[in-house]
Write a protein that binds this ligand. Sequence first.
Ligand code: MG
Length: 259
Amino acid sequence: MRDISTKKIIIFDLDGTLAASKSKMDDEMSDLLSGLLVTKKIAVISGGSWKQFNEQFLDQLQCRDDLLLNLFLFPTTGTRFYRYKSKIWIEVYADVLDPEERSKIKVAFETVFEEIGYKHPEKVYGEIIEDRGTQITFSALGQGIVKELGGEGVKLKHEWKEANQDLKLKIALNLRKLLPEFEVRTGGLTSIDVTKKGIDKAYGMRQIEKFLKIPISEMLFVGDALYPGGNDYAAIEAGVDTIAVSGPEETKKLIGGWL
Ligand SMILES: [Mg+2]
């Protein structure tokens, strides 16, 4: 088991690490994280929106109020930062795209779909192109699929990923040509995120260093996509110690071992 005595903060990815993709965190994970918050600071960083963080994570977290002071949340890959103060969650900063940038990105998606003759699936669930302010996100099956279908939605997303891996990479590749001044990442199972240049989890780690005054050497990152091309890989590039997990069950064993 990894010794974490020298680590001040444990940083977790959300989807596929603390909870299944776009799904609610379970009670067991909530208990384990509450236990860990007694002795460690915890940060959660993910491409998901603040709304998504609330539904998937915060609403499920049963934890003593004072322990929340040790919890730091970085939605949309660290372009927003929330911390708990005087009993409420406050936004410390938000690095939003301006309206021209946002419309340029949306137009680029439409252009690429046309270029490669991509047709959206007949049945989608909610928005396909979501404007998260700091990030524009394409979700092939729609943002709301898991909310609407639960576990079946997660299954459909995995199936889409298996069948359309090359297609997704092609969309991303063509987007990068149209949007060289932006960052285009193929993050989740069915999604592509576009943000300002230089926004990745390494950026998030540097924000943690800057705002929480914790050096990189005292951080530990836990995520399910720490392989090259994965959306957690930037944590390795940032020089942070990392532990790769296969999913929430392995994360639970890890935290259980520390406790
Ligand atoms: Mg993940």
